[in-house]
Design a protein around this ligand. Structure first.
Ligand code: NI
Length: 190
């Protein structure tokens, strides 16, 4: 069952997530609903804030992504993506690894039809817990690193427009204004 997605200007998108403390069936249900929501919307990542929950939890699925990426999961570089995606990241902590930052165009399910260039570190290490609370370490680059960075930003109430250059945001100004108003009006009527 998929969930309604929250859009830009919904206050929950600016809330910092609370740590995940219960690794129970409720978390698995949330995971499944978030994955269904993400797939239905053709997204590659989704954060709890985007389904109205201020929680340090997000999902990522890049099995259909044409972009390449490299990764080492728990010290192994040969884990097939099917074995760990869709990926559940609870309480993720990010460390940047050496490498030149990369500029790449991003979208976000909370910003329909809005895309813009964002500069991000190229390689990261993510420490997180899975649905059972087991700790993992994922080192990665490419679209996987970018996607995790984008989602973890959501968990801190940070949006991709905050990471864009001023001139990029300026180009999107009109679309952002319309979306902002639409979200405000929709929140009023519910
Ligand atoms: Ni997003």
């Amino acid at each position: 069952m998929s969930l309604p997605i929250t859009y830009y200007n919904d206050p929950v998108l600016r809330k910092k997530g609370k740590p995940v403390e219960s690794f129970d069936s409720g978390l698995t249900e949330l995971f499944e609903a978030m994955v269904a929501t993400m797939h239905e919307a053709d997204g590659i990542g989704l954060a709890a804030q985007q389904v109205g929950k201020a929680l340090r939890f997000c999902v990522v699925d890049l099995r259909e992504s044409p972009s390449e990426f490299q990764y080492v999961l728990d010290g192994r570089d040969n884990v097939p993506t099917d074995l760990f995606m869709p990926l559940a990241l609870a309480n993720p902590e990010i460390t940047y690894l050496p490498g030149e930052p990369i500029v790449f165009e991003e979208g976000c399910l909370s910003f329909p039809d809005i895309r813009g260039d964002v500069e991000r570190p190229s390689r990261i290490r993510a420490r997180y817990q899975d649905l059972k609370g087991n700790p993992h370490t994922l080192e990665c680059d490419g679209i996987l690193a970018r996607c995790i960075l984008h989602e973890v930003d959501h968990l801190n109430g940070v949006l991709f427009i905050d990471r864009m250059e001023k001139k990029t945001v300026k180009l999107l100004e009109k679309k952002l204004k319309i979306l902002k108003r639409r979200t405000r009006d929709a929140l009023k009527t519910h």
